[in-house]
Write a protein that binds this ligand. Structure first.
Ligand SMILES: Cc1cc2nc3c(=O)[nH]c(=O)nc-3n(C[C@H](O)[C@H](O)[C@H](O)COP(=O)(O)OP(=O)(O)OC[C@H]3O[C@@H](n4cnc5c(N)ncnc54)[C@H](O)[C@@H]3O)c2cc1C
Length: 323
């Protein structure tokens, strides 16, 4: 389809257009697309549900919308097509008495995007369960399979952020047949007795509903910034100046500083910009009320500038910017 408005395909509800919009429903579509990309030498962008992208401008090329579907289960192994909805997969796994995904309940988006930024919530990351990922390089049409080690997973990071030509087609996960709640995260009720995975899922969904903002009401992409990771010395220096600093130990000489705390400290929680702002409910969430992303991006730059000056910390964006 030509010249499509992308408003309904991104959770910031940005109204940019693309030259061409190509939906992938099966492998034949991928094959044809790959030929088209080669023959026409076109630029392209892969889109799942658009809940983690900031579109910067009209897109002069092809937007590739993924609708691949199918989930198959064999003992504790789950193979899911990349166009499936992530939370639907979580529900299916729970129904099949396969455990591990509970803390990742309610994260918006598609299965195919889950490894790209290694989605995580409440002390759990999806990389803990990934066996392998199948991709097709849309430039040369070759299939490439990455095992978990080759994905180079990190905090909101993976190799796929550096391989934008690789279309993830399916993912194989390995789950547990035994339910063992992970209550390590601070806002989970560690002492509370959790009797079932369904109960834990309900608790997670409740917390999310209270803390996060529904993009249908206030368009957003969830956390706009990653929590910065600093060395022990940097953390101690910060702590000397700010005894109330909120931080978490990651591993030797790595400490995660709460980006939400930094934004609260510069008094920008609830800040109202032009047609955008910082949520009153959650300081990491920027909300957008414009058809264009310019004001939102300027606001994000302002936040980064103030934090750089005050704390000497460079905040990194969590969503992918596409232009
Ligand atoms: C309200 C809200 C809450 C959120 N909470 C969390 C949270 O708790 N934890 C968390 O980690 N994230 C969270 N997010 C971010 C988002 O849900 C995840 O990043 C999700 O994985 C994005 O999925 P998507 O299908 O919408 O990806 P998109 O936004 O469509 O794409 C994101 C990136 O992945 C790439 N991509 C998508 N599909 C494919 C594919 N098949 N092959 C190759 N590349 C692909 C895109 O090119 C793009 O670079 C939240 C977002 C919102 C709006």
């Amino acid at each position: 389809m030509l010249n499509k408005n992308l408003k309904d395909f991104n959770s910031l509800k940005l109204e940019y257009s693309c030259d061409s919009f190509y939906e992938i429903n099966d492998f034949e579509d991928i094959y044809h697309l790959s030929v088209k990309i080669r023959e026409e030498n076109k630029k392209f962008w892969i889109l799942g549900e658009g809940t983690n992208v900031v579109i910067v401008d009209d897109l002069k090329g092809i937007v590739v919308k993924n609708n691949l579907s199918g989930i198959s289960i064999d003992k504790n192994s789950v193979e899911a097509a990349s166009g499936e909805n992530w939370d639907y997969l979580v529900k299916v796994c729970l129904k099949e008495k396969l455990y591990g995904f509970e803390n990742l309940s309610g994260i918006p988006g598609s299965v195919g995007a889950c490894p790209v930024q290694n989605i995580g919530a409440y002390g759990v990351e999806v990389s803990n369960f990934i066996e392998y990922i199948e991709t097709i390089n849309l430039i040369d049409g070759n299939i490439e399979v990455f095992n978990a080690h080759e994905c180079k997973f990190g905090y909101r990071e993976s190799i796929f952020k550096k391989l934008p030509n690789h279309f993830i087609t399916k993912i194989k996960f390995s789950l547990s047949t035994i339910f063992k709640p992970n209550l390590s995260y601070e806002s989970l009720p560690e002492k509370m007795e959790i009797n079932s995975a369904e109960e834990l899922r309900k608790i997670i969904l409740n917390i999310r509903e209270n803390r996060l903002i529904n993009p249908e009401q206030e368009p957003n992409v969830g956390s706009f910034f990653k929590n910065p990771v600093v060395s022990k010395i940097q953390m101690e220096n910060l702590l000397a100046d700010h005894p109330d600093l909120k931080f978490y130990f990651v591993k030797e000489d790595q400490y995660k500083i709460s980006a939400a705390w930094l934004i609260e400290k510069i008094k920008m929680k609830g800040y109202q910009g032009k047609d955008c702002g910082v949520s009153k409910k959650h300081s990491l969430v920027l909300v957008n009320f414009s058809k264009k992303s310019e004001n939102l991006i300027n606001l994000s730059k302002k936040i980064k500038d103030v934090i750089r000056k005050k704390f000497n910390i460079e905040l990194e964006y969590e969503p992918t910017f596409i232009s």
